[in-house]
Write a new protein. Structure first.
Length: 317
């Protein structure tokens, strides 16, 4: 998913961005709690020339930023600690986090390019969990109980909520709810670009020009942005420009027939119910069995068939 996509919000749209800052770094510090007061970084491999992938706040204050090589970071502070977080450890943590978040919303979408960032559907949840600030506080408390640091912003667009969640510091409120799209837009304009996980080369090129915040980037002319800074800068600029325009070069019309999806069989039902609602396989089987035996609302669940025979059609509710 491209976190820079930020179309104008449709009426009624409410979404939240949950950011677990530098999730691999949090996992590394779980293994090495004795490093917490020192500058710490995650690297891809144990090699002095390996680039730093994630760094903690202590390292940032010393000028040690993602993209630097480990040896360069050590030249800035000899106390820098670094370690590797292997993919299986990270994937296991992400799966557990998604299950946790599904307790609070039926839709959770992890960022494909940034582990530890999730978008949550926040529409209509006040009927179940109360006002949005309380809903966000419940999520933050659940993550804290699992020993994860997190920031949650309820807003109107993917980029706005993401930028403000990423920009929140240690001393800021962990949960923030924006009341209007205008408030989200104005606040996100002041976010430092260094907080947005930009590719280090782009971040440094903009910094050399004195462009360090979102509003500085949007002030640049759109023409020539692609050639000078590359596609990431152009994409971000286009998403952030409040009065952006474009040219339609080609329109194609096609007629397609989309068949309805096949009916559920038990395994697929269990998988989707776990992904969306956090139900266990045993719970899904129990609920399906009750819907079949007691309420007569579904067909026999203990089958691999995804079709209904013709003789069953008259019995359909």
């Amino acid at each position: 998913m491209d976190r820079t996509v930020s179309a104008d919000p449709t009426p009624g749209t409410r979404l939240a961005c949950v950011s677990l800052p530098a999730l691999p770094l949090q996992l590394l510090l779980r293994r090495h709690p004795e490093w917490r007061r020192r500058p710490v970084a995650v690297v891809g491999e144990e090699n002095p020339l390996a680039p730093l992938l994630w760094v903690n706040e202590t390292a940032r204050r010393l000028g040690i930023l993602p993209g630097l090589r480990y040896a360069a970071g050590l030249s800035l502070d000899r106390q820098l600690c670094a370690g590797v977080v292997e993919p299986p450890e990270l994937n296991q943590a992400l799966e557990g986090l998604q299950r946790l978040l599904l307790r609070f919303t039926p839709e959770v979408e992890p960022a494909s390019d940034e582990p530890g960032v999730f978008w949550l559907n926040a529409v209509g949840l006040d009927r179940v969990h109360g006002p949005l600030p309380g809903w966000g506080a419940k999520i933050h408390a659940a993550l804290r109980e699992d020993r994860f640091a997190s920031r949650l912003v309820v807003g109107f667009t993917r980029f706005g909520s993401y930028a403000l969640a990423r920009a929140a510091g240690r001393h800021d409120e962990p949960v923030r709810v924006l009341d209007t799209p205008a408030a989200e837009r104005d606040a996100s304009q002041q976010v430092p670009l260094a907080r947005l996980g930009l590719e280090p080369r782009l971040r440094d090129a903009l910094s050399r020009l004195g462009i360090n915040t979102v509003d500085g980037l949007t002030a640049l002319p759109a023409s020539g942005l692609l050639q000078r800074f590359g596609p990431e800068a152009e994409r971000l600029h286009r998403a952030l420009s409040p009065n952006r325009t474009g040219t339609v070069r080609k329109i194609e019309k096609k007629i397609r027939r989309n068949r309805p999806p096949p009916l559920y069989e038990l395994t697929n039902l269990q998988r989707d119910a776990n992904r969306r609602f956090g139900f266990t396989a045993a719970q899904v089987l129990e609920y399906a069995q009750a819907l079949y035996e007691t309420h007569k609302l579904v067909s026999y669940p203990r089958t691999e068939s995804r079709h209904i025979s013709e003789d069953m059609v008259p019995q359909l509710p």
